[in-house]
Every structure is written in C-alpha cells, then in structure tokens.
Design a protein around this ligand. Structure first.
Ligand code: FUL
Length: 524
C-alpha cells in the first residue's frame, strides 16, 4: 500500500475513537513518552512491588509492658523462653508478606545483636547465656523462607553514654555499619525520626549525611525510610490511613526527619509534582501498641479493620508495613497469626476473579495510534506494557465492555510509574440500561502504583474511566474489576461544635439506616 501523508492524517482522524483492529493498517513509528518529573529509581521500583511486609517490634519492652523503655532496664528482662524466628518467617510467608523489618535497636538503646559499640545488648543478658543473636537468627530465617530482611535502628538512644555529644554520630554510624555489614542483604533501613533526650538529659544533632552514606556504602540497594526518605516516607499517621490523594513525589529541600519534617498532612498526601520520588509507606500495628503486651491479647485488630487498612494503604498508592509484635516466648502469638491468615483469606476472596478478563476496551486516544500503546495493554498482565495517549492529550477516557453483565464493587487501576506519577483526577461511570445512559459511579484523584476503589455493588456490562486531569499524558498498565465480599466496619459517629452529626463507615458496603427522633430505625 502506498502510504501518503494524507492517508496518515485520515487514519488519525478516523481513530479519534480507536478500534483495536484498525491499528494494523495505521501502525506508525512513535517515540515513547518522556519521563515526567521525579521518577522512581530501580530499587524503589523493586521495593514498591513488595507491597506488604511485616514489622517486628521486639526487645526489653516486650517484657515490661511499656512502649518506650528508658534505657535503664536490666538486660536480663530480655528473656524469650523459646525464640523461634523461623516461626516468624513461616507466619509472614503464609500471610502473603514479602519481608520482615525488625527493631534491631529501639529508643532504649538495647541491641538485639552483640554490638561492639554498646554495653546494653543481648550479650549482657542471661538469654542463651549471653551468646544469643536475634538478627542472625531472623536474617537466616528470612533467607530460608524467601523473604527480604530489613532493620529499624533508632538514632535516639537513651542508654548510650555518648548520646547528646558530637561523638555519638560516629558511634551510631559504627553501629549501623556493623549491622549492615553483618546481616545483609538489607532491603530497607528504617530510621525513626524520634529525637528525645539521652540519659544525661541531652539532645543529639543527627548527622544524616553520615548515616545515609553508611547505609549506601554497605547496602546500595537499601531503601532508606524516614519522614522525608530519601527511599520512602512516613505517611503521617500510625492508623493505616494514607491520603485519598497520595503523590509519591515530595518536596524535601530544607526538611529533615523528626521535628524538621513537613507537616503530617503533606506527608500523608505527598506533593503534586514534588521534587523527589519519595513514595509512602504505611506503618501500623496489629495491636494497640507497637510492642507485645499480654494486656492486648484481646485487642488484636479485627479482620475487617485489617481489610480497611489494606484499602487505605495498598489501595491508595502506599506499601503496608504491618507490625506483628512477637510475644514473650519469642514467637508470634496465635491470636495474631490466626488473624493474619483470616486477613489473607479475605484478600484472596476479594480478588479471586478479575471480571474484566476477556472484556473489550476502547480509548478516546492512543499514542501514535499504535498497538504498542493500545488500551488492551491494560489487560495483558505485563507490567512494562501500558496504554498511553499523545503528549498533548491530558484528558482521555476508556470504555470497557465486559463479556456479560456483572455485579461488582471494586476497581483496581495502576499507573505506569517508572515514567512518573501523572493522573490527578478521574471519574468512573457505569452504563445503566434502564436510563440508556452513563451514571457516575465514583470519583477520585491520584492513582500511582496502585489504586483500589470501593463502591457499593453495581450490576452492568459497561464502565467508563474518565481521566479528567493529568500532569502529563496518562500511562496506565492495569485495570481489574472484582466482586469482593461485603463487610461491615465499625460505624463512626461524629458531632461537631454546631451539633451537626455525621454517620460514616470506612467500608462503603453497608447501607446506614437512622432516625432522628430516638425511635428504632427500620430499613425504611
Ligand atoms: C515511632 C516510635 O516512637 C514507636 O515506638 C514505634 O517504633 C514507631 C514505629 O515509630 O516513632
């Protein structure tokens, strides 16, 4: 066929609504989209795909019923009667987690390994006659169970005599060095921002450059967590609620972890078009406290609470670091492990069958009108293939026709973030046969690595995703639809200063019935 410029133009016009089979006749060479703004590094991408991993707070506080030990505890209080790190790893693996991060040293300064740079360690305890090493046991167990291993080391140290003096920074760097050299590979280095007084009543000015340089020298692939990254960021609360709007980009110049961090709502939402790629990590505990206490055995979060947390973390462009504190025997308590398995089962039931499989899809625009960027790429399960629009096309829509009418209540979308986070606002409509028209189903802002929208059950054969605002041409690589079991989460009842009462429920599944005159509500 003789392809003339006029022919290409007519192809372009004709594909204003793109039909799959049309590409073959009109394939053109088209350049891939340019990266937009800050983009993730290779290790940040690997980290993002880990999604869900375990936090293990363990140390003297496990035995003393306190959350913050003061560093004056007798090392002998640390006495797990049957430490079994393989049980932690087996539990994490069975729960569907991808790694474990342990509190190698919390604010009390107690080291779970026999550190050369401290006199407050497992070596000073009677546990295993001073010959024990929790980091060794856990790092080996993680390898055995195919999990990644990470460490939390608190710079705040209420035990070390040098804390509060310039020498302490080098002591802490040596401590880090020892852990990172001795127990790697380390996928994440967790830096707590807490900066309190040492036992001599002094505060420390931390040398973050020295600490970061020590991490990267030993473990170049490690993702450094802190309030402001640089690898990933605290998302501003410990309740498991990442922002509805959640940018993985953050302005970091002039900020520091701890009191010098950006406001918590900025950490919660990130900065639109922010200068650095610092994605959110949601850290939350399965119990009311971070450390084990027998007082909280009956307060392990319910499976519904965990499921809500799943949707407000992983479902909102954040990784989930779920704390499951080992108990005084040195094992994960059966209450917690049972709950983890129930949570896993509910996730499996919720995402059992992708109802978008076998659907047909049309896009309002396709980059270069080529199959390389066709909307079918949303369905092929290949991470690196995506649908894209032309550079100048910042709004677009996708129309999905399912194989048959389906009933569903979840929509999962993924942006192709290796080229930057772009989508700022979008809406989803469903086709209502009775009205012969589209009806708005839900609206949201950011997508990022993964966004899962919850809405009440709807039955339809067609949905439409409208991208209403994007910082650069949108790139999406996954669209899935599910019918998840409906569940109740505890209703929240709020009354403001004016006496205005709001009834809400984290899960959109239940329908709330109420009266305003004190009578018992009915479904009417
Ligand atoms: C906080 C600490 O003070 C808590 O004890 C806990 O370790 C939490 C994950 O980080 O800043």
């Amino acid at each position: 066929m003789n392809i003339t410029p006029a022919y290409l133009t007519s192809c372009y016009l004709a594909t204003a609504i793109v039909m799959g089979g049309f590409f073959a006749a009109c394939e053109q060479q088209v350049s891939p989209p340019e990266p937009f703004g800050a983009i993730p590094g290779e290790y940040q991408m690997e980290w993002q795909k880990m999604e869900y991993y375990m936090f293990a707070h363990f140390g003297p506080n496990t035995f003393t019923n306190v959350e913050w030990g003061n560093g004056e505890e007798d090392p002998n209080v640390f006495y797990p009667t049957g430490l079994d790190c393989r049980q932690w790893a087996a539990t994490a693996q069975a729960a569907g987690m991808t790694g474990i991060i342990i509190t190698a040293k919390h604010h009390d300064g107690f080291c779970l390994w026999p550190s050369e740079y401290s006199t407050h360690t497992v070596r000073e305890s009677l546990w295993k006659e001073g010959k024990g090493d929790v980091l060794k046991e856990l790092s080996e167990a993680c390898k055995e169970y195919g999990l990644k291993f990470g460490v939390y080391l608190s710079p705040w140290d209420q035990n070390h005599p040098a804390y509060g003096t310039p020498e302490y920074n080098q002591v802490f760097a040596n401590t880090l060095n020892e852990v990172l050299m001795g127990y790697g590979p380390i996928f994440e280095q967790w830096f707590d921002g807490a900066n309190g007084e040492g036992h001599a009543g002094k505060k420390q000015v931390y040398d973050w450059d020295l600490f970061h340089e020590t991490v990267y020298r030993n473990q170049p692939q490690a993702i450094i967590f802190s309030d402001v990254g640089p690898g990933c960021r605290w998302m501003g609360n410990e309740q498991g609620m990442a922002g509805e709007t959640n940018w993985s980009t953050l302005n970091i110049t002039g900020f520091e972890p701890g009191s010098g961090a950006p406001p918590v709502d900025t950490l919660n939402q990130g900065n639109r078009g922010g200068e650095a790629w610092v994605p959110a990590e949601t850290d939350v505990s399965i119990r009311p406290g971070w450390f084990y206490s027998p007082d909280t055995d009956d307060k392990v979060k319910s499976v519904e609470q965990l499921m809500d947390i799943f949707y407000t973390s992983i479902g909102r462009n954040s990784n989930l670091l779920l704390n499951v504190p080992p108990d005084r025997t040195g094992r994960i308590h059966p209450r917690d492990s049972t709950r983890l398995m129930e949570f896993k089962r509910l996730r499996e039931e919720s995402f059992a069958e992708n109802l978008a499989a076998g659907a047909t899809i049309r896009a309002s625009a396709v980059r270069g009108n080529t199959s390389a960027y066709a909307p079918e790429n949303l369905f092929n399960g290949v991470y690196d293939s995506y649908w894209a629009t032309h550079d100048r096309e910042l709004t677009a829509s996708l129309e999905i026709t399912l194989r048959q009418k389906q009933t569903f209540n979840r929509l999962l979308l993924q942006e192709y973030i290796p080229l930057g986070q772009r989508v700022a606002r979008f809406a989803v409509d469903y086709w209502e046969d009775g009205l012969n028209d589209w009806v708005l189903l839900t609206e949201a802002t950011t997508i990022g690595y993964k966004r899962i929208l919850r809405f009440p059950m709807v039955t339809t054969q067609k949905i439409r995703v409208r991208i209403e605002e994007s910082l650069a041409c949108p790139l999406l690589n996954t669209l899935e639809i599910y019918q998840a079991p409906e569940f109740l989460s505890a209703p929240a009842i709020l009354r403001d200063k004016e006496g205005y009462v709001t009834l809400s429920c984290a899960s959109p599944d239940p329908v709330i019935h109420y009266t305003t005159d004190g009578t018992i509500p009915t479904t009417a």
